[in-house]
Design a protein around this ligand. Structure first.
Ligand SMILES: Cc1cc2nc3c(=O)[nH]c(=O)nc-3n(C[C@H](O)[C@H](O)[C@H](O)COP(=O)(O)OP(=O)(O)OC[C@H]3O[C@@H](n4cnc5c(N)ncnc54)[C@H](O)[C@@H]3O)c2cc1C
Length: 295
């Protein structure tokens, strides 16, 4: 998510420093966008960054940051100019998570990877700014464009669908193989059709990213994001119905079929929240895609 933003907006030094480690999977990154009072309306964020000597000093709090408690680096949005329209006063910082004043704390929740980040007098060198002072909104949206593309989520959901199909071939219920149940067959074939559609959307978005050359493709990305997230939920929900009561068992239980579907199901609930909710994707499609006036 962050690498394409570094490629598009970063300096040569930033590219040299970060891209090889990202490509090599050597370091973990986290995203510091959301705040306790800021989610969908991201531009209203209130974490502050004040320019001082050779650095910016960050103060504020982030929330729902995936993997922040084990991240080496984070990319953080902060307000550098309070007296301009809100999206024009935001900057985008690369933050070494070991910097004094940074605390990441795990937030207990149903799937387990989210954190709060507290920033207390955190000094970030000026060379860690991307997109220039007050130029962070553009960079933030580049990240969101790639985050929402989400081909990996569609691929994962497809793999889950394959596993469920295999399960229905191998499992009998009341002496009859599951695959003979007409409701199961109908559900699986409908999901297969949906899988083909979202896969084509994912390829199209990859193609759009590689050919857009600055053209706004946000609404097309949102179409893929929404359809992909819904596909993820449809697969997880069908899996739970087909696995029956055994599906809710903890991974590790000898009675838990396919082991991790409970987590897949719980995680799927978040698919239409993270990276911008389904409602926000629909707003983008309505306004930028259909040309409808703002409601
Ligand atoms: C799995 C997951 C991972 C996440 N990872 C990260 C991360 O790594 N870093 C990070 O910074 N954040 C992360 N988030 C946070 C995520 O970006 C926010 O949850 C999301 O943007 C929604 O913000 P909110 O939770 O504050 O909800 P709110 O913005 O308060 O929305 C509440 C409800 O109101 C609706 N709503 C709000 N505004 C409108 C509108 N204009 N029109 C119609 N409906 C509206 C929303 O759709 C939603 O249903 C993650 C969230 C999840 C679920």
């Amino acid at each position: 998510m962050c690498a394409p933003a570094i490629i598009q907006h970063g300096t040569e030094e930033q590219k040299k420093e970060h891209l090889p480690k990202i490509a090599g999977g050597e370091i973990v990154w986290c995203q510091g966008y959301s705040e306790p009072g800021t989610g969908s309306d991201l531009a209203s964020l209130s974490t502050q960054a004040v320019e001082k000597d050779d650095c910016f000093v960050l103060d504020g709090q982030k929330v729902w940051s995936t993997n922040a408690d084990r991240a080496d680096w984070g990319y953080i949005l902060a307000r550098t100019e309070p007296h301009v329209p809100k999206h024009k006063g935001i900057s985008f910082f690369l933050l070494d998570m070991k910097t004094p004043g940074v605390t990441a704390r795990h937030l207990p929740n149903i799937v387990g990877t989210y954190c709060e980040i507290f920033l207390d007098n955190v000094r970030v060198p000026k060379e860690n700014l991307i997109g220039g002072k007050n130029g962070g909104w553009k960079v933030a949206n580049t990240v969101l464009g790639f985050e929402r593309s989400g081909a990996h989520r569609i691929a994962a959901a497809w793999r889950n669908l394959d596993r469920i199909i295999e399960f229905t071939k191998e499992t009998k219920r009341k002496g009859t193989p599951l695959f003979k149940d007409p409701l199961v067959r109908s559900r699986l074939t409908e999901l297969y059709v949906e899988a083909q559609v979202v896969r084509q959307l994912a390829y199209r978005i990859v193609w759009l990213h590689s050919t857009a050359k600055g053209r706004d493709i946000a609404y097309e990305v949102s179409v893929g994001r929404l359809a992909g997230a819904q596909f993820q939920q449809h697969v997880a929900s069908a899996a739970m119905d087909i696995l029956g009561s055994f599906g809710v068992l903890e991974p590790g239980s000898k009675w838990a079929p396919l082991q991790n579907f409970r987590r897949e199901y719980l995680y799927s609930l978040a698919a239409t929240i993270g990276a911008g909710t389904a409602e926000i994707q629909r707003n983008i499609i309505a306004i930028r895609g259909l040309g409808l006036p703002r409601a």
